[in-house]
Write a protein that binds this ligand. Sequence first.
Ligand code: NAD
Length: 327
Amino acid sequence: MEKIAFFDAKPYDKEWFDKINGSKYEIIYYESRLRPESARLADGCRAVCAFVNDVINAKTIDALVQMGVEVLLMRCAGFNNIALSAARDKLTILRVPAYSPHAVAEHAMGMILALNRKIPRAYIRTRDFNFSLVGLTGFDLYQKTAGIIGTGKIGRVFAKICRGFDMNVIAYDPKPSPLEGVEYVDADELFRRSDIISLHCPLTRETRYIIDDAAIGLMKKSALIVNTSRGQLIDSEALLSALNDKRIGGAALDVYEEESGLFFEDNSDKIVTDEVLSLLVSRPNVLITSHQAFLTEEALHSIAEVTLQNFDDFLNGKELVNEVRAQ
Ligand code: NAD
């Protein structure tokens, strides 16, 4: 029976992969993240299954290849954590390009609503029988402008959700594709006009710190930024400084540039030494979730199904439609 070494395994991964796999492959679950030091755990496995914060650099890839691992099954869409050029001609990389764009887009809107209408603060207050409304004022989304950066699978769903709120929707994407009710503009115009800005582009050399001090400088002082894409799209220090100076309305972050090793884990009994994150967490106009935008039953089902189908296709010499290669 073919074996899959499954890194960074969480109970919800195990539940869905076991359900979809049945007894087809032997899946060996490791809580450890994949990195050069843990790669040896994949000894004897033909495939490795990894996730967004695994460290898949040249060292990890060489260690896997040396042990005879032939295929890396990414159970996610993004692949910015893989040294693709080091894998060329040595390791096949397959991913899940789309599982539920709705899961992520709905979470983005959920975060905007929660941040704007101060729902987490209200929840904490009312549990203590504090029914004061002071400090809980938000604004109507109706007829405000939503700016969407990246109108791929998730960005398009988010645009539809915004239109459902009767918002004006503008977007920036270097490869625009017509979308009903959406006006494409350049990035600077989007920053200037938007009341909420939602990031749905991948992390690339071009998009790293797409939200930096200069971009924030163009935004309305009341603008809310939501990032459900990748942490490094935002320069967190610039964001914190803008929040401190009240140059921005607030931020909803499902991802954070230094999230690796923190997000997905319970750190409640540890001293978290990331000062930028600690300050962001403490701001009343910042809402942070732990990279959970994808976490719906539908998405987990689809992730397990496509990941295992990718392995089937690899073993059966079929066309690898979800392969990722170095350019
Ligand atoms: P997609 O490939 O369908 O769409 C990405 C879009 O971004 C494309 O239209 C592309 O043209 C555009 N783009 C590329 N470079 C750009 C730039 N410089 N400026 C603006 N737009 C640019 O991807 P998707 O499925 O919509 O996913 C988007 C991102 O969401 C992924 O890259 C991933 O990082 C993130 N994601 C996060 C979670 C989560 O749980 N938080 C889950 C899934 C995906």
